[in-house]
Write a protein that binds this ligand. Structure first.
Ligand code: AMP
Ligand code: MG
Length: 401
């Protein structure tokens, strides 16, 4: 077991036990929030054929140099219709937006710039080649426009459709169990007895897990009892990973640490982080287990900086196109923010944009039990160990939205 590891080392050690990566075929309609298991190549050129970007007339540009040019209408090009007649000098073809360009035409005049009867059209405006959408100008057949690891957003779902895919290969959602521990915890909505508090961590962790393209299964909180913990962890060992919260500090009642030490297999315990020092990582019956701190802010913060990158790397998420929890940014501090001796310091900051720059301030009390502070702020500093931030400094940070 390694003790007091850096964030980089913690990620490296956890990646020795990656999530399993399987894929499954899903319909495009089920794609929202899923992640592509392999790159998607276009089955067609986009556009498939030269077509018009405007309703108007397909013409030969050199016929339309002088204002008021008169052309003979030879037919109509409609979307989804038959191949339109070709045109020669002195002729025009009515055309709809998206309809194929007739052979011979090299420009489009907008309908607003014309006057026409059945046979003749008078051209009162410019004939533009730019109104032609050229075959394959967006995508060529075979082009891999969506890389493996892409999160299917509304736009990427539409692009998959444009490329001809009614189904895609998605990463099968790993199933991640979430277990909060502590005798004092009661689910929100229930009555509280003296000394009890509402349990919030498992709800936050479940939503973070889901936003990383995985399936979260929340389990009833476990009491601070070795026997109960053992039975519960055994049940959860069929999952692809387990996230626990609470019980990993130095105290006598920190039983997740104790049971993992005595009966599990710990890779590391404690990280050089503030807040969020106590986490552990190891395996229970072969299943990777993150023991996250119980303090509500710490458990979320550690998910953002440790668990989210572990999931992303294990499943091969694309760095720009994949789920982007904890996205990095540079921010300019508007006030002094103290760092931490020997630890990466994750202070909560509020980031706002002003004159093209991201500015950061702090607002509320930064206690690691203060969940309100995670909502009042939208970012975390990444102040390196032994480094204070001064007003005016530009520093690394991550979004926590
Ligand atoms: P622990 O790490 O178990 O010592 O817990 C640290 C602090 O976080 C204590 O004040 C706990 O009551 C609180 N806490 C632990 N787990 C949760 C939870 N799931 N939801 C809310 N608070 C918690
Ligand atoms: Mg506890």
């Amino acid at each position: 077991m390694e003790k007091g590891v850096s964030l980089e080392r913690a990620i490296e050690l956890a990646l020795q036990y990656p999530l399993p990566k399987h894929s499954e075929t899903i319909s495009l309609d089920a794609g929202r929030g899923r992640v592509l298991a392999s790159a998607l190549a276009s089955k067609v050129d986009d556009p498939r054929f030269d077509n018009s970007a405007m309703d108007g007339f397909a013409v030969i540009a050199s016929d339309c140099q002088s204002p008021g040019a008169e052309l003979t209408i030879v037919g109509t090009s409609q979307t989804g219709g038959e191949t339109p007649p070709s045109i020669t000098s002195g002729q025009a073809c009515r055309i709809m937006t998206g309809a194929p360009l007739p052979e011979g035409a090299d420009a489009i005049v907008m309908v607003e710039d014309t006057e026409a009867n059945q046979e003749q059209v008078t051209i009162n405006g410019p004939a533009r080649t730019g109104y032609i959408r050229k075959r394959a100008e967006n995508l060529s057949i075979g082009q891999e426009a969506l890389p493996a690891g892409t999160l299917l957003s509304s736009a990427s779902i539409a692009l998959a459709g444009t490329m001809g895919h009614g189904e895609v290969e998605a990463i099968k959602k790993p199933r991640i169990a979430i277990l909060s521990t502590g005798d004092e915890l009661v689910q929100p909505g229930k009555e509280l007895a003296p000394g009890q508090i509402y349990e919030s961590n498992s709800h936050a962790l479940a939503s973070l897990v889901e936003s990383m393209g995985c399936e979260a299964v929340r389990h009833e909180s476990a009491n601070d009892s070795m026997d109960e913990l053992r039975t519960t962890l055994d049940t959860l060992s069929t999952f692809d990973a387990i996230l626990t919260s609470g019980g990993v500090s130095m105290g006598e009642w920190d039983l997740v640490r104790k049971i993992m030490e005595e009966e599990g297999d710990i890779s590391f315990w404690r990280m050089k982080l503030r807040p969020g020092g106590p986490p552990l990582f190891g395996t229970w019956k072969g299943t990777p287990l993150f023991g996250l701190p119980g303090n509500p802010v710490s458990s979320l913060v550690v998910f953002h900086v440790l668990v989210a990158p572990w999931i992303a790397k294990a499943l091969g998420y694309h760095s720009e196109m994949g789920p982007r929890l904890s996205q990095r940014v540079s921010v300019k501090l508007e006030e002094d923010v103290s760092g931490a001796p020997g630890k990466l310091c994750l202070r909560r900051i509020r980031i706002r944009s002003e004159n093209g720059q991201l500015l950061a301030t702090t607002h509320t009390h930064q206690g690691s039990g203060n969940m309100h502070s995670m909502v009042a702020h939208n970012g975390l500093t990444l102040l390196p160990p032994d480094t204070d931030g001064k007003a005016g400094d530009v520093i690394d940070a991550i979004w926590i939205i």
